[in-house]
Ligand binder design. Structure first.
Ligand SMILES: [Mn+2]
Length: 344
């Protein structure tokens, strides 16, 4: 049995400005903390292999210093001799320093469609994958997966590693059914123990396509390690630990998996009605709305109703900061102007 730690969508660099303009609590350090926590079992030598399913970084144009900092948690595991495999996501296909990464004995990156063959937990493992495919992913997928799999045949554990949307994947209020970037279930190749996948931020396991037919292999999305938007506020955040049983005839079998939850910060959306409030009354309402929330909450204040003269001052970032604990992160969304969000 080999044990694989699967994490994805760490989005390192999110809300981590190099020169912050205000003193509000930034969420950037949370993403690093959750990533390091997710990798703790690897640092302790409790797993045989680590796969990062992509979106290591929060966007594609980032300073080299951030790339270096983002790789650090992965290198801490690799330095201990645990092989680490990274699938470049949509955010880092072009940002990663590929030649530099190639020089680490235990860090492997899907710089192109290929098979990464290694030894883990006393078994040969073939990881097949490629960087996130965007334009025309649906049409190009099957051929690319077949090309990448060349050389993986006969390995007792074969894993397909992707950063894609696969049909049937669900997020808050939506199931992906089609579209030129959605991979069809029937296009997943045979002969793999599992498909390890990043990109969808909600943790889930898919075993059937949209018509109910069993997939060639279970698709595992560990989800993001922290919440990147309010649509994720009801989701558990974590990483997965998989148990794989080697078998050269079939490419192995997923014998078990668990989602290990991470203490991601609670996220809350609260509505405050500003109708008829002067500055003092609105401030009081905001204080009342914020008081019962967890001290480390990430809060979105949804302010409805007409803002009376002077009341707008109460929701300015600087004023808001006086109304909540410094350990909270609070942003405002005006119901009348949904794009007028501001942070405090
Ligand atoms: Mn992502």
């Amino acid at each position: 049995m080999i044990r694989v730690l699967l994490l994805a969508d760490t989005h390192l660099g999110f809300d981590l400005p190099a020169r912050p303009r205000s003193e509000r609590r930034r969420r950037g350090p949370d993403f690093f903390a959750m990533t390091r926590l997710a990798l703790a079992p690897a640092r302790r030598g409790e797993v045989d292999l680590v796969v990062h399913g992509g979106d290591l970084l929060f966007r594609s144009k980032v300073p080299a210093s951030l790339v270096q900092a983002a790789l650090e948690p992965l290198l801490e595991a690799a330095d201990r001799g645990v092989p680490v495999v990274l699938v470049p996501g949509n955010h880092e296909r072009s940002a990663l320093p590929y030649p530099l990464l190639a020089s680490h004995e235990h860090l492997h990156v899907f710089d192109r469609a290929r098979t990464i063959a290694l030894e883990a937990g006393g078994s040969r493992v073939a990881l097949v994958g490629f960087p996130c495919l965007r334009e025309g992913a649906q049409d190009r997928f099957a051929a690319l997966a077949a090309a990448a799999a060349r050389g993986s045949e006969g390995a007792p554990v074969r894993l397909l590693c992707l950063h894609q949307t696969i049909e049937g994947a669900a997020v808050e209020g939506h199931v992906f059914r089609g579209g030129d970037d959605v991979i069809r279930g029937r296009d997943l190749p045979e002969g793999f123990a599992a498909v390890l996948c990043g990109h969808i931020h909600r943790a889930q396991v898919l075993t059937r396509d949209l018509t109910g037919r069993p997939l060639a292999a279970p698709v595992l999305y560990p989800g993001s390690v922290e919440r990147t938007s309010f649509a994720e506020r009801h989701e558990a955040k974590g990483f997965m630990v998989l148990e794989l049983e080697p078998d050269p005839a079939t490419g192995g079998r997923l014998a078990g998996w668990e989602l290990r939850e991470l203490p991601a910060r609670p996220m809350v959306a609260v509505e405050v009605d500003a109708s008829g409030c002067g500055p003092a009354a609105l401030e009081e309402r905001l204080r009342e709305a914020l008081a019962p929330l967890p001290s480390d909450a990430v809060v979105q204040l949804r302010v409805t109703g007409e803002l009376a003269g002077g009341a707008a001052e109460a929701i300015r970032a600087a004023s808001l900061r006086r109304l909540h604990l410094p350990t909270m992160s609070v942003s405002v969304r005006l119901a009348s102007a949904p794009h007028g969000a501001r942070g405090s």
